[in-house]
Design a protein around this ligand. Structure first.
Ligand SMILES: [Mn+2]
Length: 430
């Protein structure tokens, strides 16, 4: 029996208020799509079966390297973070799993599992952390971790990753995500080849500790925290890692981890074609790794990425099994609201991509009709699919208007009373 944080009565009352308008909008969109030969209910069913994982760290207020401005009622530990994740899933019905971070979420794994069960939440990929030093850690990662010049530091980082797998096993997770901040700030500081050899050797030991039914996701990032060179800097290096390690290794694409204007959807297509796409860390950005809410700046890019994903699914691309997760930092919004809004935007992009007429698009591509090929994508992108995603949420017991219902519930005010501010937090990116 799950124990959900928002009252069922309030949810039903809010849904009742929006039900008639939704039915009208859905019927009208259904007619429109019918004229295009699309069965709206089939699209709604697909949208209802889509899910994206919430990162445990996302429900706390983030920060920049300049400051962190804590919000009211912030979760004080992993159990309260899970409560907040349960709100997001209860109202959106599209985020049934949480991605944990070791060591930030360290707790008795059996107690975590029980709490997840109580809230109806499962556990997605486990995230290791060798980009900062944990309390009481013997050796520092200041100059790197899995690629460090000192074998003892590399060994410590390997053991941390293996420990992360062990925790994940108890929770029912099936994947380990590895992102390292390793790199250099000055030309000459690090030998590119030696550092990458160290990294690959270390990752081979981690890979050997993976259970048979697990996968390992490696995440690339162009720069930051290292500002001159990064050991796992781009998708090419990431692909080399996945190839070196073996069939259980895949490349994770974080949308914020590329140079400005990079054609991310094309990277996605390449990784799918060579069966190495792990999945995504969704977020949005204007300038760099801004960690803004998914779809808030460039929803067309998000749509184009989903266009590649739906295309791969449509043609049954071999080995296509991506894992979806949000990875954002919320500095000026209520994190629960931002995560709900992002989950909705991700579903919106997916629904829009499902509307692309693929045989028609292929015919325009083959006849070199650039304008009509682009129009075919635009027609799908500009369709207001809001009624589809609202209907999918409602069918699964969620809210027609998740943010409105959340605000009406008074959840944030309630937890603010239960979770007094420690007043301690001030700096750092979470
Ligand atoms: Mn990420």
């Amino acid at each position: 029996m799950t124990d959900l944080p928002i009252s069922a009565e309030l949810l039903a009352e809010n849904n009742k208020a929006g039900e008639a308008a939704l039915a009208n909008d859905y019927a009208s969109l259904g007619e429109q799509l019918d004229r295009r030969g699309i069965d709206i209910d089939a699209i709604t069913r697909k949208v209802a079966s889509f899910s994206v994982a919430i990162p445990s760290w996302g429900v706390g207020t983030g920060g920049t390297r300049f400051a962190r401005f804590a919000g009211p009622g912030e979760p004080r530990g992993i159990f309260e973070k899970l409560d907040d994740c349960a709100v997001i899933n209860q109202l959106t019905r599209s985020t049934p799993t949480v991605s944990l971070h070791n060591p930030w979420d360290k707790a008795d794994p059996a107690a975590l599992k029980a709490k997840g069960d109580q809230l109806g939440l499962g556990f997605d990929a486990m995230n290791s952390n060798t980009f900062s030093d944990a309390k009481d850690q013997a050796l520092s990662y200041k100059f790197g971790s899995l690629s460090h010049a000192d074998v003892a530091v590399r060994q410590q980082a390997i053991e941390h990753n293996i420990e992360t797998i062990e925790i994940g096993k108890v929770l029912g997770s099936k994947a380990l995500t590895v992102w390292v901040g390793d790199g250099s700030n000055f030309p000459g500081q690090s030998n590119f080849t030696r550092a990458f050899e160290h990294y690959l050797d270390a990752m081979k030991t981690v890979y050997a500790a993976l259970p048979d039914d697990w996968r390992v996701f490696t995440e690339h990032k162009l720069y930051e925290p290292a500002f001159y060179s990064t050991v796992v800097q781009d998708w090419g290096t990431n692909y080399l890692i996945a190839k070196e390690l073996g069939p259980k290794a895949f490349c994770l694409v974080d949308l914020g981890h590329h140079a400005p204007n990079v054609n991310i959807e094309m990277i996605v297509a390449r990784l799918i074609q060579f069966e190495k796409l792990a999945g995504f860390h969704f977020n949005d950005s204007k300038y760099g790794d801004d960690d803004l809410d998914a779809g808030s700046i460039n929803p067309f890019q998000l749509f184009l990425i989903f266009n590649e994903l739906v295309d791969a699914d449509h043609r049954k691309a071999p080995g296509f099994n991506p894992a979806y997760m949000i990875d954002q930092s919320h500095n000026v919004t209520d994190p629960i609201e931002s995560l709900m809004a992002s989950a909705i935007e991700i579903l919106r992009a997916y629904a829009q991509a499902l509307l692309v007429d693929r045989p028609v698009l292929a015919a325009f591509q083959d006849s070199n009709d650039a304008l009509m090929a682009n129009q075919t994508l635009k027609r799908a992108f500009t369709t207001d699919v809001g009624p589809i995603i609202a209907k999918a949420r409602l069918a699964k017991g969620g809210a027609i208007d998740p943010i409105g219902t959340y605000r009406a519930s008074g959840y944030r005010a309630r937890v603010t009373e239960q979770r007094p501010s420690s007043g301690g937090s001030s700096s750092g990116i979470v």
